[in-house]
Design a protein around this ligand. Structure first.
Ligand SMILES: [Zn+2]
Length: 361
């Protein structure tokens, strides 16, 4: 099966080049596991008895590290005790782009027989290749590809081995979003800090208390860590919003140039490059009859009375802090230019800022 990818790339001279890349998907890529009776493989890499010589995991398992785990914990992966690891092509490619030395160490491990590291070409496998979705970043797409491949392994090995406590596939990730999405699709996932600690214990580089080896307690601990991490992210975002509001509160109404980023049915989203601030200018008023709005999805354009807004149009807006609801202070933007009668507001009179006194030495 052949898929072709088309994308445009900017050349050094400033031109634009169209690149068509052929992508072959195959159904003769094998899982590499000794337990599999389905794949028509002549030799295997991953062992049937895949237990780390420690009391970490009671069941045999294969580990699939994501790109960041490889980049940051390559030392641990290199320890002789870590074996039976599946290295996905997606991970290999990302590592190659991000660190040549780590890439070399990873390749060396794959070639080392005693490590039982298996490189799985998931990007060419008919069932694990995924297309990037519209609006999906390359990073998110790769994270998804890793989850899809891990899930495929999990399913694939389940059908091959009938006994209940058969082989398990564990995805190692330190990415919160990736972990959550993987768990939603029923994968075994370990959170970062614990992963590091456990790997260190596994290679006897660290010791730990018996509680940490308890699966239930481990899971509760991981959930707690993830919860706190999430809360600190919320706090971080709220703090950015708070300081943005403080900034505009002290400045009063401003008159700034900006560009239309998006047009919506009843609003335009404006970027003010000077502040790196995005805001929305709404055209429909809650209490009174608003202006005549015509939205054209094709453009996209938005007609407000006689004026047509397009993406990248230059506009002038006022920025102010709406503190009418003390619980929900908001940055407000109103249109100054273009002048649309009944819609735009007059430009505020700005007092010229006093020049900073020059420092004489
Ligand atoms: Zn197989």
């Amino acid at each position: 099966m052949l898929k072709s990818k088309t994308f445009v790339r900017k050349t050094r001279s400033g031109g634009v080049m169209k690149i068509v890349r052929e992508h072959y998907l195959r159904d003769d890529i094998w899982c590499g596991s000794e337990v599999c009776a389905e794949c028509k493989q002549e030799s295997t890499v991953l062992q049937r008895d895949a237990c780390i010589e420690s009391n970490l995991c009671s069941y045999p398992h294969y580990v699939i590290p994501d790109t960041n785990v490889v980049l940051h914990q390559i030392d641990v992966l290199e320890d002789p005790v870590i074996r039976n690891v599946i290295i996905l092509q997606t991970v290999l490619q990302e590592v190659r782009h991000r660190s040549a030395p780590v890439y070399k160490r990873l390749k060396d491990m794959i070639h080392e027989k005693e490590k039982f590291f298996y490189a799985f070409t998931n990007e060419h496998h008919r069932e694990t290749f995924i297309e990037r979705e519209p609006g999906e970043s390359a990073n998110d797409r790769n994270d998804r590809a890793i989850r899809v491949a891990a899930q495929w392994y999990s399913q694939h090995l389940k059908t091959s081995e009938s006994d209940a406590d058969g082989l398990k596939v564990v995805l190692l990730t330190n990415d919160q979003g990736n972990k959550q999405k993987a768990e939603e699709s029923g994968l075994l996932v370990y959170a970062d800090i614990i992963v590091h600690r456990l790997l260190a214990v596994a290679i006897a580089a660290d010791s730990t208390y018996p509680d940490l080896m308890d699966k239930q307690k481990q899971s509760a601990l991981a959930n707690n860590l993830n919860y706190r991490h999430k809360m600190s992210q919320y706090a971080q975002r709220a703090s950015v919003a708070f300081h943005t509001q403080l900034f505009f509160k002290s400045r009063g109404i401003l008159n700034e140039e900006g560009f239309v980023l998006f047009v919506r049915k009843n609003a335009i989203i404006v970027l003010i490059p000077k502040f790196g601030l995005e805001g929305t200018v709404f055209f429909d008023a809650k209490d009174k009859a608003g202006p005549k709005l015509v939205f054209d999805e094709e453009g996209p354009t938005l007609n407000v009375e006689q004026h047509t807004f397009r993406i990248f149009d230059k506009v002038k807006v006022t920025i102010s802090l709406d503190a009418s609801n003390i619980q929900h202070q908001k940055i407000r933007m109103s249109l100054i230019d273009p002048v649309i009668p009944g819609v735009s507001v007059p430009a505020p009179e700005v007092e010229p800022q006093a020049k900073k006194p020059k420092l004489d030495h």
